[in-house]
Structures are given as structure tokens and as C-alpha cells.
Design a binder for this molecule. Sequence first.
Ligand SMILES: *Cc1c(COP(=O)(O)O)cnc(C)c1O
Length: 421
Amino acid sequence: MDHFIYRGGALHAEDVPLTEIAAQVGTPFYCYSTATLERHFRLFEEALSPLPHLVCYSVKSNSNLAILKTLAALGAGMDVVSGGEYRRARAAGVPGERIVFSGVGKTREEMCLALEGGIRQFNVESVPEMQALSQVAQAMGVVAPMTLRVNPDVDARTHEKIATGRREDKFGVPIERAREIYAEAARLPGLRVVGVDVHIGSQLTELAPFEAAFSKVAELTRALRADGHTIERLDLGGGLGIPYAASNEVPPLPTEYGTMIKRVLGDLGCEIEIEPGRLISGNAGVLVASVIYVKEGEGRKFLILDAAMNDLVRPAMYNAWHDIVPIAEPAPGAVRDVFDVVGPVCETGDTFARGRPLAPLAEGDLVAFRSAGAYGAVMASEYNTRPLVPEVLVKGDHFAVIRARPTFDEILARDTIPPWV
Ligand SMILES: *Cc1c(COP(=O)(O)O)cnc(C)c1O
């Protein structure tokens, strides 16, 4: 459920008509709903209660400071995958003790930054990273709290590019090697083992792969405790999928996910950490665009928008589906037209949808891509010197620009010309 609904014939974000934002900000723009963000975060809170837990929002799904601050105010922890995201979480007021640091390529500088600022734990993904972390911590005279990210060799049955828990993926260490690597961790002077970490992929639409992975984590936890390690936290990663197409199968609900976690891991006495991104931010955002032209092609009609693959790359990168809806509510029973929906960028990949039945649309009309709050604005670029798409946050009947569209002067001023040119 989200808070983007038609009222009086116009699509609203909560109590604000999207036309009003378009008139002030111009298109394209991203628009987020505070009520939806808060609702989704609370669903996870409720799903894990009464187990001791921390919901660490995955910053990479949508890292705008206003979004982070909104979630931090509800008590969210944060999962970061770079020094930049760590800085964002801190700037949003999240204490280091509520930030977990994931990622296969943490640099020594990033480790140092997080150790200085405070960090709940590093989710370590390899032996060389573990050795580097111990050295960095030792040099600083501190001890780094760590989990090891294990790769349970489970197929998440999701898109190829976002499956992360199979043997051939670059993430984590093979679970069969975990005991030997934990033994080495215990010998390294700069480290303190606090738990186990797993994350098998994104946009999962079934519980079974999660359950397979978490069962292996439960078994490993018992073995590690028998080996003498203190395993007090289990970080289960993110990955719960969202419905992108109104017509599609419905992914499991957070409450079903929580019930399964309690059944599989509840008796271990561990604090449970989860790292949801998409399920919190995805359906809390839309991308609003205008129709520039309707072009009659060879046996097809192209709807040419002022948004493009540089603003929302998911269709080009993952063949992802986004529902596209007109901002003006179509009359009931309006005959649909079939469009190829494209952007102005000079690449054939700049296609949002092929053969999509949509309400009749004409030049100047506004459309919204639904479920665009996660992996949308964060993946945007200025390809074709198209200014980085702005972001707007709605709360009730008011809205604010939370990242402005840069001017062309600002864009050009970022380049510098060497003296010999
Ligand atoms: C991307 C990522 C997440 C978030 O995944 P979602 O599918 O957005 O929930 C969580 N943890 C790690 C380690 C990730 O890389």
C-alpha cells in the first residue's frame, strides 16, 4: 500500500496534487511520500517484535538526507556500503552505534572513518578484508566489532544482476569455510566477533530462499558457539521484494517474513538485524515526467517523455517493469492505446516499456512511474548533460524540494580546462 492515489481526477502524493509540484519544480522529478516510508519501516518493526532487533535501512536504495532523517526519527539503524553513505547516515543524525558497514571492497580509509566516528559492526566479506580491518583497528588502538558475511549458496530466484548468495557470486565467504575463518578472526588482535551476516539478493518474491539461507545461519551459529565464539547478533540482510506490476504475483509481507525469522532463528537468543531498502523506499516514490511528443513509428506509437534512462535506469539495466499511470485520471472505460514509452537519450536502451497499453496521452500530459523510490534517484546520472533529476518530499498537505535540479551553469562549472587547452 502507498499514498499515491487519485482524488478529484488527479493523482496525489498524500494530500498534494502532483500537478502542483510539477508546476513549481518542472519535470522530470522524483516525489516521495513520508507516510509511506514511515508505514513500511513500522511494518518491519512490528514484524520482528518482540525479538530484540534493529532495522537497518539500506541507504543505497535511496540515500537523500531528508529520507534518512525521516527514518532515523523513527529509530532506524542504517546499512551503508561506502564511506560516502556512512557520512550521509551520520549527517542525518544516526549515531555510529546504529550503523552497520557492508560491501566487498571497503578501503582502509573507509574503515578508519567508521572506527573514528563509531560503528556498530563491519560485515566483513573476505579474509584479506578481515586482516586489513584488524591492522587498521590495531593501529588506532581500538577493536573493530565484526560479523562475517557468509555465502550460503542459495539461489534467490531473482534477476541475475541482483542475486548475491550463490557460490559464483562475489559476495561473502563460502559458508563451509566460515568456521576456519572465524577461528582466524578470533586470533587477530584488532577484531571482536559479534555475529554472523548473510544477504542473498534483492527483489525476492518468495520466502523459501530466505528460509534456506537462515536455516544454514542457525546451524552455523550453533557450531560457532560450540567453537567458543560469542554470536550475539544475526544480520539477515535485506532483499524482500515489492509488487512492481499491479497485476503480478504478490511478494510475501513483512509480517510473514518476520514470522518465519522467529520460527527459524527465534530460539538462538540473538539480536536480529535486517537491512531492508527497496521495501521501505520503493513504493514510497514516483518519477513524474511529461510527454514531449507522441510519434507515429513503423507500426508502433512512441510516447517520448522528458525522463530518460539517466533518470531511472532500472528498465534499461534490469529489464524492470514500472507501472506507468497518467496524472489525470482516465475516464472509466477509456479505450487504451498501445505505446512504446521512451526517453530522449541517444540509446535504444532508453526504453521504459514496449507495447504498453495506456490511457490515451498527448503532448504536455504528465505521467508517473510508480514504485520508483528505490534504486531510482540514487542511480541517476547526467548522461547527455541532462541535469540530475530533482527530488521532492511530501508530508500531508505540504511538500519540499529535498534535492534541487542543478543549473546548467553549475553543471558546466564542474569541468575544468587545463592551461594547455
Ligand atoms: C542492497 C543491499 C541491501 C538492501 O536490499 P533491498 O533489496 O533493497 O532490501 C541490504 N544489504 C546489503 C548488504 C545490500 O547490498
